[in-house]
Write a protein of this length. Structure first.
Length: 128
């Protein structure tokens, strides 16, 4: 496929990092709130410890935001590896229009639709 203009990928990287920073800020705010809750309610400590091993750890931080944080990290890694902008399912280039709207997109639109039809992953659908 045609490689992406490095000046453009720099802008996408900037976008991803800005979004990541904003999400991470919320994430730590929620985490602090959760820890404060444990200190106030020590009898819930065991329950909270169990939760840290699950994706339910930070109850008020939405699943969608956490998933998006994960996808953004992945996208930044792909930018480093030079595989960013290539559909993870079919290997073709993801159209720029889609990347402009969703710089952390893993797949092209066609593969995305197919994937949703197959597994009906609501969270994935919501963020990518
Ligand atoms: Zn594809």
């Amino acid at each position: 496929m045609r490689p992406y203009d490095p000046r453009k990928t720099m802008l996408y990287r900037q976008q991803l990092q800005d979004r990541r920073r904003a999400l991470a800020r919320d994430y730590w705010k929620e985490r602090e709130a959760s820890l404060a809750y444990v200190q106030v309610n020590p009898e819930d400590e065991i329950d909270m410890a169990v939760r840290t091993h699950t994706r339910d750890c930070f109850v008020t931080f939405s699943e969608i935001e956490r998933n998006q944080l994960f996808l953004i990290d992945e996208a930044l890694r792909r930018l480093d590896e030079g595989t960013w902008g290539i559909c993870a399912a079919c290997g073709r280039g993801i159209p720029e229009q889609r990347l402009d709207a969703i710089p952390w997109a893993r797949t092209c639109y066609g593969c995305q639709v197919q994937r949703e039809a197959e597994d009906g992953d609501q969270v994935f659908k919501a963020v990518a």
